[in-house]
Design a protein around this ligand. Structure first.
Ligand code: B12
Length: 469
């Protein structure tokens, strides 16, 4: 199957790109080695990598990979959204991450660096879900977690015997302290990421996390998470983003974590299952520990769509009451939803805007349901002959690339943007942010949400999906 745009196919195949399992490089390397880690920025509608003055959300992969790199290596991190790519780098290895459609930019960078004589390694979600495709453009691919293989990759490189693929499943998640220091001179937001868990116990067919981890879920011991949170605070940050695809997976551990976070007087954000509304004591503890916003992957207000996505355990008729419970505990609700599943009609998509306004969701985000290669949903759509666009360039969550059940793909794309227009109408924005009773309890928080909403509105007018950064 061809995933990549013809612009990619016309790129020259690199002579190093052999099918051998083991790639023999130059003679074994000596002396101080350097690895340059790059987080590529996805291409925008103008076909240029999206650039920003500040990267508010910063991922953990690169600081963690830097920490996993042996001490005798030099390391450098480049976040392309806010920094220029140092093509003249003296690094021996260029290590490229990539999530979603930014994999296209990662591949372009891989080709460019290889033409400059660098050894290129790819990893991260997309390279892991389509490793054969990624391998065509680089020297080695790390599939899934890097913790147990990264130092082996570097050692193999030094000994001139790099393999094509590296993959080793974790038994437990016990990462070193991320090299947060490498982010400090960059223009990032006022919080840092800390990982509490990885993987997910749920089985939603469209989700890359499920399709990569297959129900494996690793939870870090509370003490280890606290090590990272304390270190973030020592670096002068009073806020952190708790990375975990479902912090509710083990309620007792979450409670313990909250009890230890509370005395630090920090503010934190995370994502969670809406089921937390069923745990009132835990909800109070989460709020009391400084959690201000939780993001919920509600996906859809259509039960039929949820069933189609293998998320039938969620019940949208209960969403309003659960959202209210969470808001009453003092936690603001942000949502992630998708449109274009088999239960969705143009009318149900339009109704979603009312749902968001009526339930006063402070920061709502939407994507068109996208069959990401490597996911079960992709296999399902392919088997049913329902993929109508194989150009990975369009797999950006804002263009329909599959044939929806109840409308044409272009109608889905139109309904998606119309939904965004409605949700980010001035009326909806003010009702969800400043015209609500909680405003007077925490005016600065809600004023900030107002600004975020206006910023998103500005992007939507330019047809840029919010949260791309
Ligand atoms: C924080 C985050 C963001 C932040 C920061 C992104 C950034 N620039 O770093 C923001 C909000 C900006 C963001 C944006 C996007 N994100 Co995001 N994001 C996440 C989130 C919540 C955590 C990522 C993280 O730091 N994890 C912790 C680290 C330690 O884990 P990791 O990334 O998996 O890395 C490990 C391995 O994968 C591996 N690895 C990773 N990279 C590399 C590279 C090399 C060379 C090697 C060897 C190994 C390696 O090593 C690490 C240690 O084992 C994940 C959800 C998740 N479950 O991970 C989604 C997630 C990664 N994002 C996703 C997507 C789709 C996007 C967007 C495309 C969304 C959009 N439409 O706008 C954009 C793309 C932005 C970009 N620059 O590319 C998807 C990726 C799916 C996929 N198939 O690729 C995820 C999985 C969410 C989901 N459930 O679907 N994201």
């Amino acid at each position: 199957m061809i995933f990549l745009h013809k612009r990619l196919q016309s790129e020259q195949e690199h002579p190093k790109n052999k099918k051998d399992a083991v790639l023999l490089l130059k003679s074994p390397c000596q002396g101080a080695m350097k690895v340059l880690f790059i987080q590529p920025s996805p291409y925008g509608s103008d076909n240029k990598p999206i650039k920003k003055k500040q990267l508010y959300f910063v991922g953990l992969a690169l600081p963690l990979l830097a920490a996993l790199t042996p001490k005798d290596w030099q390391v450098e991190i480049c976040l392309e959204t806010i920094e220029d790519i140092p093509f003249a780098t003296d690094a021996d290895i260029v290590a490229l991450s990539g999530m979603g459609h930014s994999i296209i930019r990662a591949i372009h960078l891989a080709q460019r660096f290889r033409s400059l004589g660098k050894t290129v390694i790819m990893g991260g979600y997309m390279a892991s879900l389509m490793p054969d495709e990624a391998k065509k453009h680089c020297d080695a691919v790390v599939i899934g977690d890097a913790e147990l293989v990264w130092s082996q990759v570097l050692q193999d490189y030094q000994q001139g015997c790099l393999h094509s693929f590296y993959e080793q499943q974790l038994e437990e998640l016990d990462p070193p302290l991320p090299r947060y220091d490498l982010l400090l001179n960059k223009n990032i937001g006022d919080f840092l990421p800390v990982q509490a868990g990885r993987g997910c116990p749920k089985s939603c067919s469209f989700c890359s996390v499920h399709c990569l981890y297959r129900n494996r879920y690793y939870q870090r011991p509370v003490q280890a998470v606290m090590r990272d949170i304390c270190s973030v605070q020592e670096l002068g940050f009073q806020k952190f983003l708790l990375l975990d695809d479902n912090i509710l997976a083990h309620p007792a551990a979450l409670l313990k974590l909250c009890e230890q976070i509370k005395p630090l007087n920090m503010t934190w954000y995370s994502q969670c299952s809406i089921d937390i509304a069923r745990h009132p004591d835990l909800l109070q503890a989460v709020a009391a520990s400084g959690c201000r916003v939780l993001s919920f992957g509600l996906e859809s207000i259509s039960q039929e769509s949820l069933v189609a996505m293998d998320k039938g355990w969620a019940d949208p008729s209960q969403y309003p009451a659960m959202i209210r419970t969470i808001q009453d505990a003092g936690i603001d609700v942000s949502t992630e939803m998708v449109v274009g599943a088999d239960g969705d009609t143009k009318e149900s998509i339009a109704r979603t805007a009312d749902f968001i306004r009526e339930n006063k969701i402070v920061v709502p985000r939407f994507y068109i349901l996208t069959p990401i290669p490597g996911t079960d949903f992709y296999a399902q759509m392919l088997a049913q002959g329902r993929i109508c666009n194989h150009d990975l360039y369009s797999y950006n969550g804002a263009e329909a690339v599959h044939l929806p059940q109840h409308m044409r793909p272009e109608e889905l794309t139109t309904a998606y943007w119309q939904l965004y227009e409605n949700v980010f109408s001035l009326r909806s924005i003010v009702e969800r942010t400043i015209f609500r009773r909680e405003f007077w309890q925490r005016p600065w928080d809600f004023f900030l949400y107002l600004l975020v909403n206006l910023y998103y509105r500005h992007h939507i007018k330019k047809r840029i999906t919010p949260n791309i950064f």
